[in-house]
Write a protein that binds this ligand. Structure first.
Ligand code: ZN
Length: 159
């Protein structure tokens, strides 16, 4: 079931959350590296509703999305946050597309990009814990399925 969740999400709060997680060392000019404190607030973008900044030093214009996979996608902060949440929770592309009112192809493409980034960021070192819990072994492996009939047995199941 799809909920109209976007209606209760605040863009200003969402942008603050995105700044915190997309730019943990603070938002900076992508061209010269100066802090956003040295930029003029250029108003909000019309479709994505995020602040646009113009660097006072190099005149570069940027937003919280600049330099991320969400640049030029024209998504509201709530759409981005809920899309990230949905991808992490394994929600289907079709469901996310409907619920967030984002084109299926856009959700699909962003999901692929996010997975590629996640794969790149995975550590190559083994887990430090030598003991593996049983539930960890089955995590992401799906539920137990019925055994498939072996090919060397009769096609007619025994009763
Ligand atoms: Zn600059």
């Amino acid at each position: 079931m799809d909920f109209p969740i976007l209606e209760i999400c605040d863009d200003e709060l969402g942008e603050g959350w995105l700044r915190k997680y997309f730019h943990p060392h603070g938002l900076h000019c992508p061209q010269c590296g100066r802090s956003v404190k040295h930029a003029r607030d250029f108003g909000q973008t019309s479709r994505s509703h995020v602040h646009r900044y113009r660097c006072r030093d190099c005149q570069a214009v940027y937003t919280v999305y600049t330099g991320t996979v969400f640049a030029h996608k024209q998504l509201r902060p709530a759409q981005v946050i809920l899309l990230l949440r949905g991808v992490c929770k394994g929600e289907s592309t079709a469901s996310l597309s409907r619920e967030l009112q984002v084109a299926y192809d856009t959700v699909h493409h962003l999901r692929q990009q996010l997975h590629a980034i996640a794969r790149r960021l995975q550590p190559n070192t083994p887990l430090p814990d030598a003991v593996t819990e049983t539930d960890e072994m089955f995590q992401n492996a799906g539920e137990k399925r019925r055994k498939t009939p072996r090919s060397d047995r009769s096609a007619t199941p025994a009763r």
